[in-house]
Design a protein around this ligand. Sequence first.
Ligand code: AQP
Length: 332
Amino acid sequence: MSKKRVLSGIQPTSDSFHLGNYLGAVKQWVELQEGHDAFYCIVDLHALTVETDPALLRKRTLMSAAQLLALGISPEKSTLFVQSQVPQHNQLGWIMECMTGFGEASRMTQFKDKSSKSGADAARVGLFTYPMLMAADILLYQSHLVPVGEDQRQHIELTRDIAGRFNTRYGQTFQIPEGFILKQGAKIYDIQDPTSKMSKSSGSGSGLIDILDAPEVNLKKFKSAVTDAGREVKFDTIEKPGISNLLTIHSALSGKSISDLEYEFDGKGYGDFKASVAEVVVEYFRPIRAHALELLEDEAHLLAILHQGSEKARSVAQATLESTYKNLGVVL
Ligand code: AQP
């Protein structure tokens, strides 16, 4: 039986991935490249939905590639590529827009959240149509599984709806994908405000853990992480959202179960526990950070990997685009 296809993407919108990006998504990317036909994409076109600095976009695209490689994505096992180098994404994106109702697109909560700061009138049209481009990203590769964080669940549902509708109306064209969303860790919270998602664009800054930040910076941030009433280290997302978030982070990186951690820190108090979380996180990312920074010194090597991945991605994407056009009645 042929391997199931996996597809996911990450935006090059920051100098570093944050802990939420890693635990909610990229950690699963690394695991899923074993035994699956994995396509991983740096979605630079999605990054254009907000104001971008050209020099930063270029730098961050390369930084994203370096981080993915350092985190364990292997170019021998996975196809690692840049979205804009595969123009079929834009071509299928248009078809997806034509298959989506305006009301349906208007229900996307991420657009509502992201546009609420400046008001919908000031938001870019691209921010509104982003989920349709994301549907194209996924459907182009006939993907079975899409490993993402909880915040992308609604966009995966939309993708499934569009694909199903297209198949019913125009004949079998797309594999209907499934989201691969963890039960624990799909939403990592800001460590200063554990009721909000850890996010680069919203939140406190001091509650955001960037994996490429210097160890001293992250140690300090964890030391001042917000805790809850009481002093018991117990997983309880309602009464103890701060401690529960820290337990989730510790468990995902140390491999210890939440109940083992509760037992280990029984009677020890929050201070010891926070110090342990800090150490686990910093030691986990120490070699990864060093490796990513080393990879960044050889730009030609990074570009060669990305170009090779994009070439492979283009041939798969073209086959889907042609069958889509054919089924739609476009003259080829
Ligand atoms: N806090 C999070 N917990 C779990 N998973 C998360 N992801 C993002 N934040 C969390 C997942 O990371 C993957 C890549 O996401 P992206 O490139 O779309 O980045 P993002 O969602 O734009 O990250 P931010 O920080 O949340 O950015 P802004 O502030 O722009 O919204 C996705 O699979 C996502 O689910």
